[in-house]
Design a protein around this ligand. Sequence first.
Ligand code: URA
Length: 493
Amino acid sequence: MDRQPSLFGEAETASTQVVARFAPHFDAWKAQARRLLSDETSPERVWWEADGERVAASPPAERASTPRVPKALVNMARAASCHRSADRWALLYTVLWRITHGERHLMQLGGDPDVARLTRYAKAVRRDVHKMKAFVRFRAVPEPDSEDGEPRYVAWFEPEHRIVEYASGFFKRRFANMRWSILTPMGCAHWEGAGEVWFSAAVDKGAAPRGDALEDAWRIYYRSIFNPARVKIRAMQSEMPQKYWKNMPEAHLIPALIRDADRRVADMERQTREQDAPRCGPRPASPDTENAAAIARATPASIERLALQAKTCRNCALWQPATQTVFGEGPSDARIMLVGEQPGDHEDLSGRPFVGPAGQLLDRALADAGLERERLYLTNTVKHFKFDSRGKTRLHSTPDDTEVRACKPWLDSEIGLVDPELVICLGATAARALLGRAARVTRDRGRPIAWQDRRYLLTVHPSYLLRRGHAAANAPDYRRFVSDLSQALRWSA
Ligand code: URA
């Protein structure tokens, strides 16, 4: 029998099939899904037809009485709706139908094929958005009609999914003061410095500008943040896949920088030995504020050199059982610095801050707060892992005042060199080390504190949320943490 679909929203024919035709947007899909649900139209009867997959402004969502769906699912569905696969709309409806027809806890069944596919789609989209935020590179293009003489900043980006509209809020917030356009083969977004972001049809690469003076700035910036002592080629390739390189002016520097890394590290180590050995060589294992003051006086001119010096720090006894010094990491001109307490087990083994469970929760919260980890400088109050051994397990032990004091010159020097606009203290140890013993995270969190020519923001440590159990990631505590972090965008602008 020929399928004779009715056009959904108009009078239905006798056919059992229904065509839901809509602009390819989550809100438009939601309005259709609501109507279908209230008519008890089961997923297998629906034929989803998204008009031409163009980018256009979202129509306002219609209100109809439909069962409530958890916000986390709506967020996941919104992300999945940007996936490039044509079956996403039907999948969204199937999941919605099942949840509202007796399978309320469906999303907890990670092994269910529909749930697994939806999760995979949302994850792929979020990853694509993350890449877009990191790899969009604007070029200045003169605008003949502009009243203020300012150029328009135009970027070309090739996303894997239909994320232009979904990701545009981030660019609006981040680049609020400039006029910009992001051109992609899946639609374009434009911002005029006020009002709303608007969207236009896809273009091809020929429409994008090629090269301007900004490219030199990107190259200089990249060369200066490239740390030869921390080259991890595999991690780099997975973070910055080669397919993005062609649109990134700094990318062609990478092979030469990698080739040169060993020689630069050897040079840096030699220089450090020659110039700083008397002040920073191995020292007796006792807290020694004299040593600390000497380090502060001897602050070298770059974060890389400071990190090398810290490798041999013996200002307190913590260096002995620890595997290595875990120094701060991030761009040396970051506008926001986050300061934790001390490295944990994973950080001690890998030599990098915030890579263990607390770091992963922090990553998630940063992303939810609209902050990109790659643009932040992350460090700790104390640079060695302090632990108690229980058999093979190493249990975190809070650093005491003498250890915090012994390590403080490193932190002061990091803050001095990076010179951030805002320092976020994660937890009481960082807050007290930087603001004094009177600082109280529970009382003072989430609001700017001006102290000695710098601004600080206090919030809880992500380990605090982890200690509160698995549900913490969805709990009000987590949301408050994200809200505290999101204040940083406002105060560092
Ligand atoms: N906790 C911290 O304070 N810092 C880390 O790097 C990891 C966990």
